[in-house]
Design a protein around this ligand. Structure first.
Ligand SMILES: Cc1cc2nc3c(=O)[nH]c(=O)nc-3n(C[C@H](O)[C@H](O)[C@H](O)COP(=O)(O)O)c2cc1C
Length: 492
């Protein structure tokens, strides 16, 4: 773009029709006449901004750099000359935008005092579609709800008089020193939550001294996200593409990005599940995955954003592919989405560096066990897994005390998803605030429990009363050579 060329309001007015359609995006003027008919969200979305500023809607759904990539140099017209703005032009900008949150509805950040508050604020002030995408889960939401409520059925066994004047939450996770063992889960298209998108997550994680795991289906390029958390370590979540060469290209790209410290290969979503809230809202606003250009779409099943952007995921992925992955990356490999002790053990036997006990936040198989139950099952049936590889967990973690419980069960890292995605509504400050709340609650729980150092107690279940949860564990082990309960012995 010829940066010296300034485009005035009167010049814009001459190009304000579908046949000659100039639009301002982030201070620059683009000629979208050729592109509009190809816009998979439909040309009308673009025509409504002919001669106007479309930045707000654009930024809600696309990475800043995308438009520069899509257009020819001759279509990049110049900089918008803000000194030429007139009252009439400003008045014309007030037309409907797609999903602008109502600022009167958005509570101030100071009113957000726990993680649920972030989700409530987002439900009120985020776009309806984004809220359906983020808060939603599979079918009847059984696993979504179980994830949360089962953390509440694990009880502490506190001790007193232990001088808790200072507490240490620092830990080392996958070779990375973190200020607390909390990581931000990979979540797709974060720009639906706020214009800063994954940038806010990267910056917020850096400020909080924690790690953000970048999703394959992020709305921004991985390099741009890493820049946002300059110098801070990241993890990368991989969905294996049906076109394997595309995945190999991603792994090659990661090789040149030393900020990325581990690869989380998602295994629990061979197909995208039925998420009804997401399906019911059929928006024409189109969203795209930066990495592979996958676009959202509406069809006879509904408007499922997750479904349409996730159709590239390879359902043929199997344990036999671990050597293939190993050949293409030197990063530690973790399998994300472990839901049984048997699979935890298989991951160990195949030389994986770790596992993430997860059910995708209830967004994969509905009626899959709450993740805390899987963690307990692994403790019972193959406890060696915790000593020989890194065990991470996510799903329904909403309190600092949940983080403490997971550490006492042996987890090295605890992922938090939706609350962080919703905190993007408040940009970087929101993400930092979300981490601060978890830290504060974690430290308080440690002090009240009589624990001063997380490292010293990791895996020490004497601090926990698991009795209420044990009744929900599968009565038999399916780990080869593992424990078989007397309760339900198979009939011979
Ligand atoms: C909006 C959203 C998008 C997600 N996208 C991905 C993804 O791209 N890859 C992935 O492995 N998991 C994805 N997940 C699952 C999370 O990584 C994580 O497992 C889950 O959100 C944890 O549960 P929680 O939200 O209850 O904390 C997504 C979850 C949400 C809420």
């Amino acid at each position: 773009m010829s940066s010296e060329l300034k485009i005035s309001v009167s010049e814009l007015d001459k190009h304000a029709t579908p046949d000659d359609c100039w639009v301002i995006v982030n201070g620059k003027v683009y000629d979208l006449t050729r592109f509009a008919p190809e816009h998979p969200g439909g040309p009308d979305m673009i025509y409504k901004y002919a001669g106007k500023d479309g930045s707000k809607t654009y930024n809600e759904f696309h990475a800043a750099s995308l438009i520069e990539k899509e257009l020819e140099p001759s279509e990049k017209k110049g900089e918008f000359d803000t000194s030429t703005i007139t009252d009439t032009w400003l008045e014309a900008q007030k037309e409907e935008t797609i999903s602008e949150p109502d600022p009167n509805e958005k509570p101030p950040l100071s009113a957000i005092i726990n993680l649920d508050d972030f989700e409530k604020a987002f439900a009120k002030s985020g776009s309806q579609k984004a809220n359906a995408y983020v808060s939603g889960a599979s079918n009847d939401l059984l696993t979504l709800n179980a994830n949360k409520t089962f953390w509440q059925r694990l009880w502490f066994r506190p001790r007193v008089m232990r001088n808790v004047s200072s507490v240490n939450t620092n830990m080392r996770m996958l070779g990375v020193d973190v200020s607390m063992p909390v990581w931000i889960c990979p979540m797709g298209i974060a720009k639906t939550a706020g214009p800063e998108g994954e940038g806010a997550l990267g910056r917020g994680a850096k400020k909080a001294g924690i790690v953000h795991c970048v999703s394959t289906t992020a709305s921004m390029g991985v390099e741009e996200i890493l820049e946002s958390g300059e110098g801070n370590p990241f993890f990368f979540q991989l969905y294996v593409d049906k076109q394997r060469h595309k995945t190999e290209a991603v792994l090659k790209q990661l090789e040149g990005l030393p900020q990325v410290k581990a690869l989380f290969v998602t295994a629990d979503l061979a197909v995208v599940s039925k998420r009804e809230a997401d399906e019911r809202i059929k928006t024409q606003v189109q969203v795209s995955v930066y990495q592979n250009g996958q676009k959202s779409a509406v069809d006879k099943k509904g408007g499922g954003l997750a479904r349409s952007t996730g159709s590239f995921i390879d359902w043929a992925l199997s344990w036999d592919d671990i050597p293939w992955l190993r050949k293409h990356t030197k990063l530690p490999i973790l399998v994300k989405g472990i839901q049984s002790a048997a699979d935890a053990k298989t991951a160990l036997e195949l030389g994986c560096d770790g596992i993430v006990v997860s059910n995708h936040g209830g967004r994969a198989l509905d009626s899959a066990p709450a993740t805390i139950l899987t963690l307990l099952e692994i403790r019972r049936d193959c406890p060696e897994v915790f000593d020989r590889m890194e065990v991470l967990v996510d799903g329904g973690v909403r309190r600092g005390s949940d983080v403490l419980k997971a550490v006492l069960l042996g987890a090295k890292g605890i992922g938090v998803g939706r609350p962080f995605q919703c905190s993007v509504l408040y940009d970087t400050e929101g993400v930092e605030h979300c981490a601060d709340i978890i830290r504060d609650e974690l430290e308080t729980a440690m002090r009240l429990c009589g624990i001063t150092d997380l490292n010293a107690v990791r895996g020490d279940m004497s601090w926990l009363n698991t009795a209420e949860l044990e009744q929900y564990l599968p009565p038999t082990s399916i780990v080869k050579g593992g424990f078989l309960s007397g309760l339900f012995k198979p009939k011979l």
